[in-house]
Design a protein around this ligand. Structure first.
Ligand SMILES: NCCCCC[C@@H](C[SeH])C(=O)O
Ligand SMILES: [Zn+2]
Ligand SMILES: [Zn+2]
Length: 307
């Protein structure tokens, strides 16, 4: 049953099958967009959820699986798609969101790394690209975007877990996302990047200690989302700008998206707070995804109100 499917982690192959089945089962509302390919030539498929053909409709973007070991992240993207398709016209909030916005969902932004965590090393974080002049593998895709690239909080050592790459967007995976967002910046007004762990709702900037121009709005939205999680699920999520709430982290997708003009940009760190960490057991998927879902819905509704 779908109940068990979405409460399990899935191999990359299973996720590709799920993508195909989802578009076949929902031809009128779901389409697939090939936004590029990985270093090892795996396709980067984004799903587009579009419930109506309202002219010059706005859109939101959710990417999952930028870091390979954060398995709860792709699990959330699958969960979100399933929830949206099952509860459209039944749940008021998701109906309002989908009536007003298309949603692009990239379930696995780093397929090579994700596959590697299933076959070789469960704790792998980066992509699997080779660096010239080093025997070490992989770039941290969340340090490879063009936002204060490779300053404090990243490393230019190819063996580092936070290696920034040879230059901004050097990696096919980050280039694919950046190109898509650049090409759709007139319609995409809300950006989410889903990670784990430590239970935080973060927004720009992480690459500097500066405050974003709409800091007050972003803080209010993250605060409201955190309060909703607290009220409905009795769990605590910190919230705030990345640099002040977690650590300095330059070259991030959220900061870059923000600077490109997507003024509502967030990075979520899902469950847990460290008991299991990246190895969050499958029986926690439901609660972790419901917490992330209510945060996405809360923020998306506010963005619709404001724009
Ligand atoms: N764009 C940076 C947001 C804050 C850091 C997020 C974490 C997720 Se694992 C990181 O990329 O180190
Ligand atoms: Zn991460
Ligand atoms: Zn993290």
């Amino acid at each position: 049953s779908s109940q068990t499917f979405y409460e399990r982690y899935h191999s990359l192959e299973d996720i590709y099958f799920w993508i195909n089945r989802t578009i076949q089962d929902n031809p009128a509302t779901v389409s697939v967009v090939l936004i590029g390919s990985s270093f090892e030539k795996r396709p980067l498929y984004a799903l587009k959820l579009s419930m109506n053909n309202q002219p010059n409709k706005k859109a939101m973007w959710i990417d999952c699986g930028i870091h390979a070991r954060e398995w709860i992240s792709p699990a959330f993207c699958l969960w979100f798609v399933q929830y949206s398709l099952s509860f459209y016209k039944r749940n008021h909030d998701i109906t309002t969101i989908l009536d007003n916005m298309d949603v692009y969902v990239l379930p696995v932004m780093n397929p090579d790394g994700y596959h590697y965590t299933w076959t070789n090393n469960r704790m792998w974080r980066k992509n699997r690209s080779a660096s010239s002049g080093s025997s070490c593998i992989g770039v941290d895709l969340n340090r490879n975007f063009d936002a204060n690239w490779c300053t404090e909080g990243a490393s230019n050592d190819p063996c580092s877990e936070i290696y920034c790459g040879a230059f901004p967007e050097s990696e096919p995976e980050s280039a694919a996302v950046a190109n898509f967002l650049r090409n759709h910046r007139d319609s995409i007004q809300l950006y989410f990047s889903i990670h784990s762990y430590s239970q935080m709702l973060l927004f720009p900037f992480s690459c500097t200690m500066d405050e974003a121009q709409n800091h007050a709005d972003l803080l209010e939205m993250a605060k409201e989302a955190s309060q909703k999680i607290q009220r409905y699920y009795r769990n605590h999520y910190k919230y705030g700008s990345g640099s002040k709430t977690i650590y300095l982290a330059p070259g991030g997708s959220d900061d870059w998206a923000y600077n490109t003009g997507i003024k509502y940009s967030f990075t979520f760190e899902l469950q847990d707070r460290g008991r299991y960490g990246f190895l969050l057991p499958p029986n926690y998927i439901s609660k972790a995804c419901n917490e992330a879902l209510i945060a996405v819905k809360t923020i998306a509704l506010r963005v619709i109100e404001k724009t």
